[in-house]
Design a protein around this ligand. Structure first.
Ligand code: HEC
Ligand code: HEC
Ligand code: HEC
Ligand code: HEC
Ligand code: HEC
Length: 223
């Protein structure tokens, strides 16, 4: 029961959240340029989001596939690697682009991974499976905000327990498309309707939160 007594404390955590300043990253990688201007799908880079607990951060290999011509050639030729995009943009906008791109080429030449600084992290005692949420039809932006407009990535949502519970109980509004998809695909909702169809009593489950979308059992999220 001690854990239950702490519940109100944990729930209060979602109010008044203000995103922290983004950390300094090893390369000034801009989501607005990639996911926004150039419309590269989130899943092109974060390709495990629909099949694993972690969305995943792309490898240098994936970056140079676009940025370094001939990067699929043998490792021995890496020394000659060149950046695909020009030193100074046509409109003369920004030679800093070249500097950041060159850092990418150097990681590649040296066979090193890029030491990206992790931004989103829930504590060890809780678990968050990406694939469950993505396969239920939720958009990345519902939780991560307008990423396609972000230069530097920052944490948009609090990720506190109250925030998770709000959506699981059906008290956080979703877009009509997402709501329809969740109604159709949530295994929790399917379990309730199966129970109801079998003539079971679902009142206790539906009385307080008639729009509930997912389980709120402690053990679902906590180890
Ligand atoms: C071209 C590859 C690429 C594309 C496309 C891309 N990302 Fe990323 N994403 C990255 C890289 C590299 C990082 C790590 C550096 C950083 O945090 O900016 C990252 C970081 C993130 C993070 C933070 C990870 C952490 O440390 O907590 C989130 C959230 C994220 N991306 C969401 C998205 C979403 C949503 C989209 C689509 C709108 C998207 N990304 C499109 C490459 C990409
Ligand atoms: C699907 C192709 C693609 C992939 C994959 C890709 N990029 Fe890019 N990147 C682009 C395009 C297109 C531009 C814009 C180039 C321009 O306008 O000249 C760009 C621009 C950039 C720039 C300059 C703008 C900025 O964001 O600061 C950097 C630096 C960069 N990319 C780094 C990376 C890194 C690091 C990765 C791997 C995490 C990566 N790119 C993956 C296509 C890609
Ligand atoms: C229901 C909310 C939610 C949705 C939808 C969601 N995320 Fe996340 N994301 C989170 C949370 C919570 C974390 C922190 C997880 C942790 O610490 O274990 C996170 C972490 C991340 C990270 C960094 C750690 C990792 O998992 O590799 C990336 C990258 C990321 N998300 C990208 C995406 C992309 C891309 C999508 C869409 C395909 C997406 N997320 C959809 C909530 C969400
Ligand atoms: C925007 C809505 C939303 C948010 C925010 C959200 N979830 Fe979920 N979650 C869902 C939906 C929908 C499902 C799918 C339910 C199903 O299929 O049974 C789900 C399922 C889950 C499951 C699997 C449940 C099971 O029965 O296997 C876990 C674990 C989970 N969420 C944890 C979290 C955690 C931890 C957070 C906060 C860090 C969070 N969720 C935030 C909507 C959300
Ligand atoms: C939908 C997922 C989810 C469910 C269900 C859930 N939790 Fe949590 N809980 C979290 C996450 C994520 C955190 C870490 C973030 C935070 O501290 O707010 C957390 C944190 C906590 C903490 C630590 C609070 C603090 O301030 O350090 C306690 C205690 C806790 N949960 C107890 C419970 C109990 C008891 C239940 C069942 C009644 C429960 N949780 C159900 C996701 C969940």
């Amino acid at each position: 029961m001690a854990a239950l007594a702490l519940l109100p404390l944990a729930m209060a955590g979602c109010r008044g959240y203000k995103p922290a300043d983004p950390p300094e990253q090893p390369i000034a990688f801009y989501h607005n340029v990639h996911a926004g201007d150039n419309k590269i799908p989130c899943a092109y880079c974060h390709y495990t989001a629909d099949r694993s607990p972690d969305a995943g951060i792309p490898s240098v290999q994936l970056c140079v596939g676009c940025h370094v011509p001939g990067s699929s050639a043998p490792t021995a030729l890496r020394g000659q690697a060149q950046l695909a995009f020009p030193k100074v943009k046509d409109n003369g906008r920004d030679s800093a682009w070249y500097k950041e791109g060159q850092k990418l080429v150097n990681y590649w030449k040296n066979g090193q991974g890029i030491p990206w600084v992790r931004i989103h992290k829930i504590p060890e005692h809780a678990k968050f499976p990406h694939y469950t949420h993505v396969n239920a039809g939720l958009q990345c932006q519902t939780c991560h905000g307008p990423v396609q407009e972000m230069k530097e990535m920052y944490q948009f949502s609090s990720l506190r327990m109250g925030w998770c519970i709000d959506c699981h109980r059906g008290e956080m509004p979703l877009s009509p498309q997402e709501e329809a998809s969740v109604r159709q695909r949530s295994s929790f909702i399917q379990r309730i309707s199966a129970l109801r169809q079998a003539g079971g009593d679902t009142r206790a489950l539906q009385e307080r939160f008639p729009n509930q979308r997912a389980s709120t059992d402690c053990m679902v999220c906590h180890y």
